[in-house]
Design a protein around this ligand. Sequence first.
Ligand code: PMP
Length: 338
Amino acid sequence: MDIKSDLADAVGNTPLIRLKAASEATGCEILGKCEFLNPGQSVKDRAALWMIRDAVARGALKPGGTIVEGTAGNTGIGLALVGASMGFKTVIVIPETQSQEKKDMLRLAGAELVQVPAVPYRNPNNYVRYSERLAAKLAETTPEGVLWANQFDNIANRQSHIDSTGPEIWDQTEGRVNGFICAVGTGGTLAGTGMALQPKGVKIGIADPDGSALFDYYTKGELASSGNSITEGIGQGRVTANLEGFTPDMAYNIPDSEALPLVFDLLRDEGLCLGGSSGVNLAGAIRMAREMGPGHTIVTILCDYGTRYQSKLFNPAFLKDKGLPVPGWLGDGPASIP
Ligand code: PMP
């Protein structure tokens, strides 16, 4: 029998799919790791599971305990679903300006939502700082323990990719992988998978969207950024604890104009319904393939499921408003979406 003991047990071991158009265009094997097929539909299920397991192992979280995080996205969904399956409650602190879609999704995943004003990090009511204080306060009355997940600087996040994503890619390609590339939000996926594969001779690249400071950091040594991106969950202005001690071999700056057409093509031509960060990753894989030359095997991450972005990335009015091209097949879009 092949039976998982719970939802947490179903995290990871995602398939690796050959991306046809990109492979044919470059003469390389470009492969996508299907993280959108995790139970919470994103790569962040792995980090969520490892951060929870780490807290349980440290004795910080006991059955009935509570997980707290300041996040607007996939990590919250992962923590809530994986947490519920392991018997924990989840409280997510979110800036009130986030879309209704995201708030609904987090509630649906079972999280309790605390909404705070959208203010910068230096303000004590910033959602991340608020979540840290809330966790400390809840801990006073929760004998089962409270975990403040702190995904940016909690290295159990990257450990999930050192232990699972990296070795899975190595085994699935039977050691034939030559390159791995992805974008950075917390840096857990890039640094963790990189730390697992770089010592085996795999070249590691970062695909950095506009508005992120890491391309400049890895190419010129200074944290500087310009422009912006409609992609979500990626882009970083500092070297997080998850990135510390890891250096990619290659770095590419990827504008939305290069990434988004790839997302639309993957949906229309290859049946892959993905969010914008997967487009940045694929654009990076194509650039890496061109730099390395034909005949190489390059793996990237297909981060999350596209339904999460219906009101933005897949909404013609939103794209037009941002001055971005609307793919023909998207037509005028669903009438109910503003
Ligand atoms: N893509 C999406 C859609 C995400 O939500 C995230 C996580 N913030 C990432 C990519 C980047 O992953 P990481 O945090 O491991 O750098």
